[in-house]
Design a protein. Structure first.
Length: 253
């Protein structure tokens, strides 16, 4: 009985940690998005709706984003019970398991930012897929869906991450758009030594968009190793030939 209780407690703690990270990502997606005035009038709340999943996620989301605002808009969290309620949202997070995501997406206006949890969600017309695999968060974009919507999502080349995240920004001078990326893990030794700074790398990207190799141009070796491991997992838009992309990853406030 004690073993079972400890397992449930560990599982709950793991879920809470995962939910907090996902909440931070959702907040960052919102910060990088611009809605038309008719969809998000000045001084109105930015309504982030969650459909599917468990109630605990909505609780963690509210706690994590309590008091937050996006460009002067207070963030309001709603747990939706039906697709009809999603029509009053600026941003929708469809959690697994969700039936017929394509029909849900088709029922919403082009003024809604659509985020899901699987790559199948992108194939159904979703805009951003947020995945948690092997303890790590990654995301992938659907450029076509974003381009045909009325919301403007800024390219991830200059993404600002969540407050308190040691990886504060990623800057790029890329020829090809970034489809998906994994943020570097801040090394424990760097935290203990209070090492901060910028790592400059050049990524050699194959025609299919996968990263072939990463060269470190500058930066602290401890931080550079973490940056290289992360960038090797990135995916770029396919192109006609192999290219070299320049990136700057900042570890610090």
């Amino acid at each position: 009985m004690i073993t079972g209780l400890l397992f449930r407690l560990a599982s709950a703690q793991q879920n809470a940690a995962e939910y907090q990270v996902k909440a931070a990502y959702l907040y960052n997606f919102a910060k990088l998005t611009h809605w038309p005035d008719q969809a998000l009038p000045p001084r109105s709340n930015l309504v982030l709706c969650v459909l599917g999943g468990d109630e605990q996620f909505s609780i963690v989301l509210r706690e994590t984003l309590s008091g937050k605002n996006v460009n002067g808009h207070a963030v309001e969290i709603r747990r939706s019970r039906s697709t009809e309620e999603l029509k009053f949202c600026n941003m929708v997070f469809l959690r697994e398991p969700i039936r017929n995501p394509a029909s849900i997406i088709a029922s919403l206006s082009n003024d809604v930012l659509l985020v899901g949890e699987t790559k199948e969600f992108l194939a159904a017309g979703g805009m951003i897929s947020l995945e948690f695999v092997n303890g790590k968060i990654s995301y992938e974009l659907n450029p076509a869906a974003l381009e045909h919507s009325n919301v403007r999502y800024e390219p991830p080349g200059s993404t600002q991450n969540s407050p308190g995240d040691p990886v504060s920004s990623v800057q790029s001078e890329t020829v090809r758009s970034i489809k998906s990326r994994v943020l570097p893990e801040y090394p424990d030794i760097a935290a203990k030594m209070k090492i901060l700074g910028t790592v400059q790398v050049r990524a050699v990207v194959r025609a299919d968009g996968t990263v072939k190799k990463v060269h470190v141009v500058g930066g602290h070796p401890v931080l550079a190793e973490a940056a290289v491991r992360a960038v090797m997992q990135w995916r770029f838009e396919p192109g006609p030939r192999e290219t070299t992309e320049s990136l700057k990853i900042n570890f610090g406030p």
